[in-house]
Design a protein around this ligand. Structure first.
Ligand code: IPM
Ligand code: MN
Length: 331
């Protein structure tokens, strides 16, 4: 929020913010997660939604996170989970001989169906005969629109290739639909090289040769898993930003990471992922210069060693925030 204030002032963005208290504290006090009418309000009255991190050990079933986070993703039909994997400084690379030029791609994670639909059930619970069913749902429309979004992004950004990952060798129905949709959609983008990898092979290639990727598109669950791997390639979850998009609609921006409850209150959590997520938000709203300046502020902090301990620095969360706000406001 400090960085937003700095950007707001410097570029006269005229962005007012309203704070909603939909935290675990609030849930434990009131039982309320996403209140009645909230989705309509967000859809109609806001340019963007900026969310912190969810997760609290006092809410073991993550009810508030599921209701608020998944509620917004599904309720506002934010079908693109856009997750850039970008290494901002050489010294953050976990891979020997891989630098900033090698780790720079984006993941288009399908965000409204797949394994996240919550369809299934439990039969004979807590007996030796218990049966659990958990369904994946893949719709032609849902798959096609995320594939198109990935190809369109490649076109718009002068990129040459899109790689689709699935497990169609085993998931013979749902992921077969992905195969057929991908073959069809890719025909509409003849200038983009369309390739496919089974997700297990992709996981290996991301470590072996990340420089071969520009745009990766995949289903909800695989995208979830791969973007944590991607975060590691960037220097950890403290660096990984994410946007939940539906072009033309109110979109939602949240870092890839959770709340790291074991670090709560110690002032040691890395704020860079959240700040880079703000840059994505501003970019989506058309404030390119502000977004680029924030990214540059992060690079500068990394150069100057103005980081939290996870990146080898000695600054607190709030001090890194101050550095980034100052650099955003002045450089
Ligand atoms: C993420 C998170 C969420 C997800 C959880 C908190 C439900 O891991 O945004 O990647 O699985 O999508
Ligand atoms: Mn995740």
């Amino acid at each position: 929020m400090k960085v937003l204030a700095a950007a707001n002032q410097r570029w006269n963005l005229d962005l007012a913010s309203v704070h909603f208290p939909w935290s675990a504290d609030h849930y434990l006090e009131t039982g309320e997660t996403l209140p009645e009418g909230a989705l309509d309000d967000l859809r109609e009255n806001y340019a963007a939604i900026y969310i912190g991190a969810f997760g609290d050990p006092r809410v073991p079933d993550m009810k508030h996170a599921a209701d608020v986070l998944l509620g917004i993703r599904f309720g506002l039909d934010l079908y693109i989970n856009f997750r850039p994997i970008k290494l901002y400084a050489e010294q953050l690379s976990p891979l020997r001989n891989k630098g900033v030029a090698d780790v720079d791609f984006v993941v288009f994670r399908e965000n409204t169906e797949g394994a996240y639909v919550g369809v299934g059930g439990i039969f004979k619970k807590n007996t030796p005969d218990e049966v659990a069913l958990q369904e994946e749902i893949h719709t032609r429309k849902g798959v096609e629109r995320i594939l198109r979004a990935a190809f369109e992004y490649a076109m718009e950004h002068g990129l040459a290739k899109v790689c689709m990952a699935d497990k169609s060798n085993v998931m013979r129905y749902g992921h077969d639909l992905w195969q057929r949709a991908f073959a069809e959609v890719s025909c509409d983008f003849p200038r983009i090289e369309a390739s496919h990898l089974f997700v297990d092979a992709l996981a290996m290639q991301l470590i072996r040769k990340p420089e071969q990727f520009e745009v990766i598109v995949t289903n909800n669950m695989f995208g979830d898993i791969l973007t944590d791997l991607g975060a590691a390639l960037q220097g950890g979850l403290g660096m990984a930003a994410s946007a939940n998009l539906h072009p033309g609609h109110t979109s939602m921006f949240e870092p890839v990471h959770g709340s790291a409850p074991k670090y709560a209150g110690q002032g040691i959590a890395n704020p860079m992922a959240a700040v880079l997520t703000l840059a994505l938000l501003l970019e989506t709203l058309g404030h390119q210069e502000a977004a680029a300046t924030i990214e540059e502020a992060v690079r500068q902090a990394l150069r100057d060693g103005a980081t939290t301990a996870d990146l080898g620095g000695r600054r607190s969360t709030s001090e890194v925030g101050d550095f980034l706000a100052r650099a955003t406001g002045t450089t």
